[in-house]
Design a protein around this ligand. Structure first.
Ligand SMILES: Nc1ncnc2c1ncn2[C@@H]1O[C@H](COP(=O)(O)OP(=O)(O)OP(=O)(O)O)[C@@H](O)[C@H]1O
Length: 306
């Protein structure tokens, strides 16, 4: 595995608002890196900087060792889909792909190959993009990102607007692409989406990376869930042993210690347990929920929304 995208100490300020705050990460070949964060967390801004569309305030982003702008014929190296709705509304899907093929110098036969790959029918390909559904725009955007046969893909919320079959199709496409050695950086505001598809996960909140690691690391089960016939005494005993115990829904506690350690403390103090099992690995979900709630508190509720 080779590092293909490197982001180092990236910061972007708009006036006194810091949209991206000292963000660093790397994306490797053969892997899907999921970029997860609630609305307004800074995902799109980071991706726009990587794709050379927005200058950073400080820090750097390189793709295959180069700043995006210094890559000759970049679309044959890096496929980018940042905003499917930004495609020229007055052109047909086929026209957009033909134009891209021409600009990149790839054979025109790629246009039909790509249309077939993203399941846009000849009839749909000849419609103007303004009449496309969001899902069709995403498919066209993915076709456009892949037409130059790049080995790196940067996709901002590509699942938006796709129906369940479309989402399944996209996951399979990206998995195959990574399995063949490609590098994928894709963003989503949905934990479930990222959990299914990503090998590596970056979590961003209010411009900062708050967690990063392999999916297995971030979703690892740890801690223990315990209930007893005498929770008050159990809480005392755990606390005396330096184990932090948090009251849980439905009684008992969640702890940061292993079930084995909790079991030993209970046995040593003669407390009868009625439940003892590994924690349910919900830390990532809880953290993400907290991030989302924080963000919602800080953003004004739009008019007309209850
Ligand atoms: N051109 C701009 N001028 C001023 N502020 C901006 C600009 N672009 C983005 N921002 C702000 O930067 C922050 C991060 O926005 P960004 O679009 O990167 O978030 P995001 O994680 O992609 O969110 P979403 O999931 O909603 O697309 C937001 O507070 C946004 O309002």
């Amino acid at each position: 595995m080779v590092t293909m995208i490197t982001v180092e100490h990236l910061t972007k300020r708009y006036g006194d608002h810091t949209a991206v705050d000292d963000v660093s990460f790397a994306c490797k070949s053969g892997q899907v890196t999921g970029f997860l964060g609630p609305n307004g967390a800074g995902k799109s801004t980071t991706m726009r900087i990587i794709a050379g569309l927005t200058p950073p305030t400080s820090g750097s982003a390189t793709v295959d060792g180069f700043a995006y702008r210094d890559i000759p014929n970049p679309s044959t190296q890096v496929g980018v889909l940042l905003d499917a709705s930004a495609q020229h509304a007055g052109r047909t899907g086929a026209e957009i792909l033909r134009l891209s093929a021409m600009t990149m110098g790839v054979p025109r036969s790629r246009v039909d190959e790509m249309l077939e790959m993203v399941s846009l029918t000849p009839d749909e390909a000849d419609r103007r993009v303004r009449n496309y559904s969001l899902g069709m725009r995403q498919r066209l955007g993915i076709a456009n990102a892949l037409i130059g046969d790049p080995h790196i893909l940067i996709l901002d919320e590509p699942a938006n607007g796709l129906d369940p079959a479309g989402i399944h199709w996209m996951r399979t496409l990206l998995r195959d692409y990574a399995n063949r050695g490609g590098t994928v950086l894709l963003s989503s505001h949905l934990l479930h989406e990222i959990e299914i598809i990503a090998d590596e996960i970056l979590v961003i909140g209010q411009g900062r990376i708050v967690a990063q690691g392999t999916k297995d690391e971030l979703l690892a089960t740890n801690g223990a869930r315990v209930r007893s016939l005498d929770d008050t005494s159990l809480a005392d005993a755990l606390s005396r042993s330096g184990i932090h115990a948090q009251p849980a829904d439905g009684g008992g506690f969640t702890t940061d210690a292993t079930p084995e350690d909790v079991g030993r403390v209970a046995a040593a103090t003669g407390i009868a347990l009625i439940e003892l099992r590994p924690g349910d690995g919900a830390q990532l979900e809880e953290m993400f929920l907290q991030l989302t709630q924080q963000t919602q508190r800080e953003q004004p509720v739009p008019q007309g929304v209850q």
